[in-house]
Design a protein around this ligand. Structure first.
Ligand SMILES: NC(=O)c1ccc[n+]([C@@H]2O[C@H](COP(=O)([O-])OP(=O)(O)OC[C@H]3O[C@@H](n4cnc5c(N)ncnc54)[C@H](O)[C@@H]3O)[C@@H](O)[C@H]2O)c1
Ligand SMILES: [Zn+2]
Length: 372
């Protein structure tokens, strides 16, 4: 089997690691993992939807490299990030009597990645872990950067740790089995990197986005690589989100409010909420006189060409009002002293962090976006 891949380094001193992106990586995972770690024993964490598709191939590849592997399978979906599910996973792993040299491998989407990474952060005061992200969202976003964690009834991702993986293997062939809807949700995060600071990449997506979504693996690998490079650069500059890392939240303040209101379920996927949130951020920027309306139109045209959701009014039967969404924003952990921090834009590829945005400005933008 031929394997071709691109390598994106993440430079974080003694926590540095590589992201390998391409095809054929799952079947050579053992080889790559043996090179990046000293592990002889691995515990694979996956979910009930992904494991039947890819677990045996991973296990076979680890076996060939002399790494003995066992597994823990969690239910698919966000509920696996609840505290009780996390506790059960820790027990399942501990039952297998891992020692400090054991390696955890996350084989799945962002849920499995966040959960496994956090388990690795806390078990035996820190185990090594490797990410094998299987959703587009996980390949371009959640598997890179070292944020790990679980949810609380008080909010998403409120319990967690920074814990960097030793290696990330993003095999774009695995995206072939992902649903079209999940693929599009992940694509929204790809578009985000163009909007933040890479107008050239946005133009590339305008040209190649539809073929990428239709299944072109070379284009997928290229987009994942550009996205990971962008995230790696931002994370290397600001590992713990004291500054520029906040740019990655473009579209997320609006998006999180919509997700909170729809209950983090299948009514609205995270990437869909972010897609809508990015349009809102651009529209708010335009209405504040910061961003040319032509750029908002260009963004909308790309959404139309790639079938991304853009309209906050069309989420099932729900009706939203600005007061309830602002309520969620004020509770978001990213607000300080009750003031709203937004990522706004002076145009495509020209996003910036705006602190202390007046609630009135936000209300006005929301009222416009939600007007029937
Ligand atoms: N740590 C971070 O920096 C970070 C960043 C962004 C998002 N996240 C987290 O990531 C999670 C969302 O990730 P997600 O969108 O990948 O969700 P997910 O892990 O729930 O995956 C989505 C669905 O697709 C299925 N799936 C995944 N890969 C598949 C494949 N190759 N073939 C078939 N089915 C597949 C999963 O079983 C699941 O049902 C959220 O919990 C979010 O908080 C974390
Ligand atoms: Zn996101």
């Amino acid at each position: 089997m031929t394997a071709t891949h691109l390598t994106v380094p993440v430079a974080l001193g003694d926590r540095s690691y590589e992201i390998l992106i391409g095809t054929g990586l799952l079947d050579r995972a053992g080889e790559h993992i043996a090179k990046a770690t000293r592990a002889r024993r691995a515990i694979i964490v996956s979910d009930a939807a992904v494991a039947p598709l890819y677990l045996e191939r991973l296990r076979a590849s680890l076996g060939k490299a002399g790494i003995e592997a066992s597994d823990c399978i969690v239910p698919a979906g966000e509920t696996s990030k609840e505290f009780q599910s996390f506790g059960r996973l820790l027990d399942d792993i501990l039952k297998q009597r891992p020692d400090r040299g054991a390696l955890l491998i996350a084989l799945g989407g962002g849920v499995v990645g966040d959960l496994t990474g956090f388990a690795a952060a806390v078990l035996l005061r820190g185990l090594d872990f490797v990410q094998i992200p299987t959703s587009l969202l996980a390949q371009v976003d959640s598997s890179v950067g070292g944020k790990t964690g679980i949810n609380s009834p008080y909010g998403k991702n409120l319990i967690g740790a920074f814990h960097q993986p030793r290696l990330v293997l993003a095999d774009v062939e695995l995206l072939d089995t992902l649903s079209a809807r999940e693929l599009r949700a992940g694509y929204a995060e790809v578009v985000k990197y163009g909007l933040i600071d890479d107008a050239e990449f946005f133009a590339w997506l305008e040209k190649n986005g539809p073929a990428l979504l239709a299944g072109d693996r070379a284009l997928r690998a290229e987009a994942v690589a550009v996205s990971c490079r962008a995230k790696a650069r931002i994370v290397a500059a600001d590992e713990r989100e004291g500054g520029v890392r906040a740019l990655l939240n473009l579209g997320h303040t609006f998006g999180h409010a919509l997700e909170a209101e729809t209950g983090y379920g299948s009514a609205l996927l995270h990437g869909e909420a972010v897609a809508i949130g990015m349009v809102m951020a651009f529209e708010m920027s335009a209405s504040m006189g910061l961003c040319p309306t032509a750029d908002v139109e260009r963004l909308r045209a790309h959404y139309a060409a790639t079938d991304l959701p853009h309209d906050a009014r069309r989420i099932g039967q729900r009706r939203f009002d600005s007061a309830m969404l602002i309520g969620h924003m004020m509770h978001d952990k990213k607000t300080r002293d009750g003031k709203l921090t937004f990522i706004l834009a002076r145009g495509i590829g020209k996003s910036f962090i705006a602190k202390d945005v007046a609630v009135e400005t936000v209300r006005h933008a929301l009222d416009r976006a939600l007007a029937a």
